[in-house]
Ligand binder design. Structure first.
Ligand code: SF4
Length: 465
């Protein structure tokens, strides 16, 4: 637990390690596979979480460093691993993602990969091999994800002719959310390069007994190559460092205008996304979204009288936490505990317009753990938890319902299909939150009424007799 009692250790940290985020990002590139340079346990950890969350077979290779390689260097292991992976999977892209061990012994990955390409007589036409330095202690899955996307663009994008496309740098969103983004773009009639695109790769249709080692879908290298010529970039992510931002890179290197914005969850954030699409493309907002916005407003009016009783604890990666807190705040649910395991110190500042009026009532916890979150949940009288499955222990111990969103969800099905973005997705999530509060209200309202009115009369009787 952090801060309280001066003990600076994490108990059940509210985060996953940096390579996890990089592996998630690479799953959104066409026919790509990750080789984790480190010991086997790291790849098992990543694979297990991803396979359970997405309910898909997820292959992650490992250079499998042992004691000898740790002392003398893992170059031979990495090269052997790369050769095997190329032979077995025939990938178009390999992400070489480092781990604590590889970074601690100081492996010169870029030099090793350069030598490997020469020794194997490979060129960029044959395969893209992209390295990402991701020691587990260097950050969380959040930093790993954005850095991996930036490295893809840095490695592949070249100067190209102008196009009518828009670049969308997706945040850590579900395959269902990415499909929703595609639908929005289709209704606008906008062509886009979405990077990464996990809509098919991590939620593939059933194809009978046919098994593909690397599923179809994902952003292609040729799409990434031409991102320099796009009209603009929309990057979902307001907290990542500038040096981890693919959008900032495209702006600096190729002059592509950049619009960084929160993941479009909630009315305000969805408005920002829809209006920006209209502004960049010069196209009118489709009638569908005028009506969808109206339906969402109607839903907000219908449910606000119930949501006024909501006191939430939101936890997970910072972008999702920021956008969900925003949805809560615009609907009368007070997110009294806003928490993430990432050390960014920017959430309060970003939400200041909405948070300032609450003063100290709202605790914003960054670089935190679940022990601390639980303490605050008790202190603030939270009655709804919103976050990933690792919060289930608070749900069990405190008897507070947990609405599962984000990554990882390994004790429920359907996380890969969940849609929480745009007007429709936000309305869907809002209904789930409201219904959870209503469920609580109706399961104990007799007891509450008794306490509030009848018991009071009884006490009164006792006093007056
Ligand atoms: S924290 Fe380090 S050792 Fe642990 S799984 Fe992550 S990279 Fe591997």
């Amino acid at each position: 637990m952090k801060n309280k009692n001066c003990v600076d250790v994490n108990v059940n940290p509210c985060k996953m390690c940096m390579p996890m985020g990089a592996c998630l990002a690479f799953k959104g590139m066409e026919k790509s596979i990750v080789v984790m340079h480190g010991s086997q346990g790291c790849s098992t950890y990543v694979r297990r979480h991803m396979a359970q969350h997405y309910n898909e077979p997820v292959d992650i290779a490992s250079s499998s460093l042992n004691e000898k390689a740790t002392v003398y260097g893992g170059e031979a292991n990495l090269k052997r691993g790369l050769k095997n992976v190329i032979k077995m999977y025939k990938p178009k892209t390999i992400g070489v993602v480092t781990t604590c061990l590889a970074e601690t012994i100081g492996e010169d990955i870029d030099r090793i990969l350069k030598d490997f390409m020469i020794e194997e007589k490979l060129s960029a036409e044959d395969i893209d091999i992209i390295s990402v330095p991701t020691p587990g202690y260097g950050g969380t899955q959040f930093e790993g994800y954005y850095l991996a996307v930036k490295r893809m663009v840095e490695k592949i994008t070249v100067s190209s002719e102008p196009t009518n496309k828009i670049n969308i740098i997706a945040g850590m969103m579900s395959p269902g959310d990415i499909r929703e983004i595609k639908l929005i773009l289709e209704r606008f009639g906008i062509e886009a390069v979405i990077l990464p695109d996990v809509s098919e790769t991590l939620d593939a249709p059933y194809k009978g007994l046919e098994f593909e080692k690397l599923p179809d879908g994902g952003t292609t290298s040729s799409e990434i190559k031409t991102m320099s010529g796009s009209l603009a970039t929309i990057e979902f992510g307001v907290h990542s460092r500038e040096e981890h931002s693919a959008g900032e890179y495209l702006k600096k290197e190729f002059g592509v205008p950049l619009y960084r914005m929160p993941i479009p969850i909630g009315l305000k954030n969805s408005d920002t996304f829809i209006k920006t699409l209209s502004k960049i493309s010069g196209k009118k907002i489709p009638e569908y979204y005028i009506k969808a916005r109206g339906r969402m407003l109607d839903a907000m009016i219908d449910s606000h009288k119930y949501n006024g009783e909501g006191v939430a604890a939101v936890f997970g990666e910072p972008e999702l936490v920021t956008s969900i807190s925003s949805l809560c705040l615009e609907n009368g649910i007070v997110p009294k505990v806003i928490s993430t395991g990432t050390n960014i110190k920017k959430i309060r500042e970003f939400l200041s317009e909405d948070l300032d009026k609450f003063g100290d009532e709202i605790a914003v916890l960054e670089d935190t753990d679940f022990e601390t979150i639980r303490e605050y949940v008790k202190e603030k009288g939270v009655n709804i938890l919103i976050g990933h499955s690792d919060g289930k222990y608070i749900e069990e111990k405190e008897g507070i319902p947990l609405i599962r969103v984000g990554f990882p969800v390994h004790d429920r099905v359907g996380a890969q299909r969940q849609v929480t973005i745009g007007y429709d997705g936000s309305m869907n999530l809002l209904d789930i939150l409201t219904n959870s509060l209503l469920g609580q209200k109706y399961s104990n309202y007799r007891e509450k009424m008794y306490d509030m009115y009848y018991k009071k009369d009884e006490d009164l009787k006792e006093v007056t007799v």
